[in-house]
Every structure is written in C-alpha cells, then in structure tokens.
Design a protein around this ligand. Structure first.
Ligand code: URA
Length: 247
C-alpha cells in the first residue's frame, strides 16, 4: 500500500505531516537516492528507501493497544482544557492514536494504534465489527420497550437498530442495566438511541470491540494486544495479520 511521503514521515515518527511538507519542499527528503519536492509523491513503505538529512527512515513498528479509558478523559491526543487519553499511554514511543472515540464520560475499551488501515476498518460499518456496551439507564425497562428497542427506530440522523440488546438487571432505585451491541459508531449513538425510548443513559462502559474484550484490565491502564487477539481482529475486518508482517 502506497502512502503520501509526508504521511509516511509522520507515521515513522519523524515529524507532523504539516512540518514534513516543509522538509519535502526544502529538498531535505530523498526517496531511493533522489530528492523529492513533490508533495503528492507516494512511497511504498515496504520497498522504497526514504532518507531525511541523509539518514534512512525506518517505518515505525506497528503497535496495537487496549486501554481501559476512565471517565473524564477525551479520546483525543490534545486538548487545551481537558485531560486526554494521551496522558494514559505516555511512554509508548510509537505515535498511537485512538481508534474512534468514546465520549468524555464513557468508560471502557478504547483501542489505540498507529495502523491507519486497521483503524479505518474497525470503524467502517461495512465490516460490521460489533461494539459491546453496558449501559445503566434511568427507569425500569419494560418488556414491551425492550421489544421496540430491538426492532430499531428512526433517530435524528437516520435509522438505528442494535445488533443485540439484553436487560441484565434492574435496581431498586429505578435504574436498569442493559447490554447493547452496535456495529456502527455514530456520535453518542447508544445514549441517543436509548434516550429516544425515554431511558436516559446514566453510565456507559464499552466492554468489547469485535474479538477484543476489556476483561479485567484496571481502569486507566493499557496493555498490548496479544498475537492471538490481533489475528482475530485482522480476520474480523478482512485483513491477514501474517501478510502485514506486523511482528
Ligand atoms: N455511544 C455513546 O453514546 N457514547 C459513546 O461513547 C459510545 C457509544
């Protein structure tokens, strides 16, 4: 797969895409021994030899991380006022980014990677990768409402229907615990969907993304995905882990 030269340089951890453009325009970058000043130039990371100031650039090792995001962190790498998940994955040399987003106050499994293609596929509805959530909602959810919730409904930005929905328990103080699965990732989808049935989400936690389970990862901690998990994840989105040589 070919990528733009500035993108390659940013993925390799050299600099940001924008600053990489300046390096290219200044003639500081060589590809296969020749200076390239064309911003649209694409390279094949597996074959082309890229040099910056005469030094060979090694493509960055691919890294795949599961984080148990606590409440009150943004799924972003930078923000002026709020804490971001970047603070929780400090010390990782690769420039990993969150795969999609969890709301500021949503907890649970957030994948981070520097593998753009895998990230795109995890998020693309075409691959139908199920995202599993536990939602504590206001009120006792009745059987008739559960049936309606399962059938799907038109919400503000189109029709939505969970892949599955179960009532796990009800609480004496008039709350219910639901397990809900969606394979798409529209903004605030779970909250908006359940809210549409009159059940406001009080607490939301993601416990799985496709074959990757949150398990007992402590809140605020991260771990590398295992080889077995990666193989399953790649397979789930139509990629081969072996062919990518991500080891
Ligand atoms: N749906 C939501 O409403 N919020 C999230 O963070 C994820 C899914």
């Amino acid at each position: 797969m070919k990528v733009r030269l500035n993108r390659f340089l940013s993925l390799a951890g050299i600099t940001s895409r924008r600053k990489a453009e300046f390096l290219i325009l200044e003639g500081k970058i060589k590809v296969n021994g020749k200076v390239v000043r064309d911003l649209a130039f694409k390279v094949n990371p597996a074959q082309d030899e890229v040099e910056v100031f005469g030094r060979r650039v090694e493509p960055q090792r691919k890294r795949y991380i599961a984080l148990n995001k606590p409440c009150c962190y943004l799924s972003a790498l930078e923000d002026k006022n709020k804490k971001t998940v970047k603070e929780l994955v400090r010390g990782i040399p690769e420039r990993v980014f969150p795969v999609g987003r969890l709301d500021y106050n949503t907890e649970g499994l957030l994948l981070l990677t520097n593998d753009g293609e895998l990230a795109n596929r995890i998020l693309h509805p075409k691959y139908k990768l199920p995202k599993v959530y536990l939602a504590v909602v206001a009120g006792i959810v009745r059987d008739s409402t559960l049936r309606e919730m399962r059938a799907g409904r038109e919400i503000e930005d189109g029709f939505a229907k969970p892949d599955s929905l179960e009532l796990l328990r009800t609480y004496r103080d008039n709350r219910s615990l639901l397990r809900i699965v969606f394979h798409e990732g529209r903004k605030h989808l779970v909250k908006r969907y359940l809210g549409n049935f009159g059940h406001r989400v009080l607490r939301l936690k993601r416990i799985a993304v496709g074959p990757i389970q949150l398990g007992n990862l402590p809140v605020g901690k991260w771990r590398d995905l295992s080889k077995r998990e990666l193989k399953e994840l790649f397979r789930a989105v139509g990629l081969s882990y072996e062919l990518r040589g991500s080891d």
